[in-house]
Design a protein around this ligand. Structure first.
Ligand code: PPS
Length: 570
């Protein structure tokens, strides 16, 4: 562990051991239980090891964890708002005792650190959610993560760092706290205002940050989060390309761009405190905090989780103790008559204040509509159009579901031919039978195997969708939860249209094209959908087709019309 005292930001706690000790740890680790860190944990460990989370010396102990929950402080009284814990599954936890060590590795098995386990406990996650995020509503992304994705047991203890997680992307923009402090020192940047963001930057952000820096007579650090942000956010590759354009809009030598590998929790006020501590560790003297800082969106009742200025209020109470100053900022709006941006509260009466919300930007991108130059720079809009193409350029999955013999394959084939005839995107048909031959030949029809089968189809369809094609899937897909999972996998990447081919069981059985129903009734085929295994009727299908009243051509046409009305084909 190295303590560096630098002119910026106070003491920095780096957790890397010396080179000779690293070698010893690598040898020791071969005999230790190994934990492959999740994406979230990789982000956390990077900031623990490089001192971004100073003064933490590892994953929180149980005592520190309790104290952070109860009082936003570590057990020794140091302000610390977010529990940084190592969650593992119960099975792994059973192999560990306090006092033992665990090798922490990345997805490829590279040893990043050794954890000296001081505490093992099963947290009350609902209580944690309420204390830290003020809610147990699973619409809050961090609550959803905590309750549905994180392991059930926490390990706490000190870390001995071996190496930093590797990043292949944007190495030139990735600075550790020590590196950033050294740059500031070398350039003579005594005052540095940090701007935290998880979104692309438009003119309003450029104006706001520029004003904030000018007001404080300080330099500016654009410090976007590239670890984990809110699910559904624009990917960091596109954002970094946007920031590269924006950075040219500031006067030379005043502003720099550096990427922060933080896993955000969207924790509003507590998260704002965290951001301030982290930026102080990175050598900044000021942090811009705007409206609804690190806000997680709306709750299950459509209400905001936190008040728009709660984060500013909390940070204000603690900025002296933290030793970093907040630069509170109002929303910037474009004043038409003056052709310039002003803080919302400085707009004179009678003037026209213009703004375009994030949702509206997404709608305009999806529909290929204009985004005016007063709102964003043309180069930024161009980047966004590349990754958020208009709907008629996006990939789409058309997911048929229904009983065996319902007519899924026939309609899917007719649809494929019509789409091929139109010729504007590549088309792939993932029919139930085809998939079972080429992708899932080893699987049977137990619930577990059906789920694996459907998730495989979903995965392939998601890749096709991501790359701009039409994926037509036609499995039975009898379970609601699995269909929901497939939808969640695909929707962030393009279109998802679920088509319930709702031919009744009686009709399917009457047709019995493959003679399977007769066999199922005779008990010769086990777990047959509709006979001896359930079919859960879709609740949110975009289209329901009853083949009794429609020809395959007409049914395929219904799907085409839906694709047209949603803007996926023009
Ligand atoms: S699932 O549940 O989505 O994984 O099923 P799927 O991959 O679409 O496979 C369905 C085809 O397999 C034949 N078959 C069975 N279906 C249902 N239950 C059982 N036990 C079963 N055994 C074999 C059946 O011919 C299905 O084809 P389709 O095209 O749906 O009629």
């Amino acid at each position: 562990m190295t303590h560096l005292t630098a002119p910026h930001g106070g003491q920095l706690t780096e957790l890397y051991v010396s080179e000779s000790e690293q070698q010893q740890l690598k040898e020791l680790a071969t005999g230790l239980p190994s934990w492959d860190l999740t994406h979230r944990q990789l982000c956390d460990i990077e900031l623990l090891l490089n001192g971004g989370f100073s003064p933490l010396t590892g994953f929180l102990s149980k005592e520190d964890y309790q104290s952070v929950l109860d009082s936003t402080r570590l057990a020794d009284g140091t302000l610390w708002p977010i529990p940084v814990t190592l969650d593992v599954d119960a099975q792994f936890a059973e192999t560990i005792q306090t006092g033992s060590s665990v090798a922490l590795r990345d997805a490829e098995g590279v040893l990043l650190a050794v954890l000296e386990v001081s505490d093992i406990w099963t947290p009350d996650k609902t209580l944690e959610a309420q204390k830290v995020f003020g809610t147990d509503d699973q619409k809050h992304p961090a609550v959803d993560y905590l309750l549905n994705k994180a392991g059930e047991v926490y390990l706490g203890g000190r870390l001995k760092g071996v190496e930093a997680p590797n990043h292949y992307d944007y190495k030139g923009y990735r600075d550790t706290p020590a590196e950033l402090r050294a740059k500031f020192k070398k350039w003579g940047w005594r005052k540095v205002v940090a701007f935290q963001t998880r979104n692309p930057m438009h003119r309003a952000h450029q104006e706001l940050t520029f004003r904030a820096a000018r007001q404080e007579e300080a330099n500016l650090l654009i410090h976007p989060v590239v670890g984990m942000t809110k699910p559904g956010d624009i990917d960091h590759y596109s954002r970094v390309r946007c920031y590269e354009h924006i950075i040219k809009e500031y006067p030379e030598q005043t502003t720099m761009l550096s990427l922060l590998p933080l896993a955000m929790r969207m924790g509003g006020p507590r998260e704002a405190l965290w951001h301030a501590i982290i930026r102080k560790n990175y050598g900044c003297t000021h942090l811009i905090v705007g409206r609804d800082h690190a806000g997680p969106g709306k709750d299950s009742n459509g209400e905001d989780f936190y008040g728009p200025y709660d984060a500013q209020t909390l940070l204000q109470q603690h900025e002296e103790e933290l030793g970093i100053q907040m630069v509170p900022f109002q929303m910037m709006v474009y004043v038409k008559e003056k052709a310039e941006y002003l803080p919302a509260d400085e707009v004179e009466e009678g003037m026209t204040a213009l703004n375009i919300s994030g949702t509206e930007v997404r709608r305009r991108l999806a529909e290929g509509l204009e985004i005016p130059e007063w709102f964003s720079y043309p180069e930024v809009v161009k980047e966004l159009r590349k990754t958020s193409p208009a709907r008629d350029k996006q990939g789409v999955t058309i997911f048929f579901t229904g009983l065996s013999g319902a007519g899924k394959s026939t309609i899917a084939n007719a649809l494929m031919i019509k789409l091929l005839e139109m010729g504007n995107r590549p088309v792939t048909l993932l029919d139930g039978d085809i998939v079972r031959k080429h992708l899932s030949s080893e699987l049977g029809f137990s619930k577990e195997h059906r789920n694996i089968n459907i998730l495989r189809i979903g995965y392939v369809a998601s890749e096709i969708t991501k790359n701009g094609g039409f994926a037509i899937c036609a499995p039975i897909a009898p379970y609601q939860a699995t269909r929901r999972e497939v939808r969640a996998m695909i929707e962030p990447l393009g279109g998802f249209i679920e088509v319930h081919v709702a031919t009744s069981l009686e009709e399917c059985e009457r047709r019995d094209r493959k003679g399977l129903y007769a066999k199922a009734r005779a008990g010769l085929i086990k777990e047959f959908t509709g006979i001896s295994d359930p079919y859960e009727v879709p609740e949110q299908a975009e289209i329901t087709i009853d083949t009794l009243g429609l020809t395959p051509d007409e049914a395929a046409q219904e799907v085409i019309l839906k694709l047209e009305s949603e803007g996926y084909i023009r």
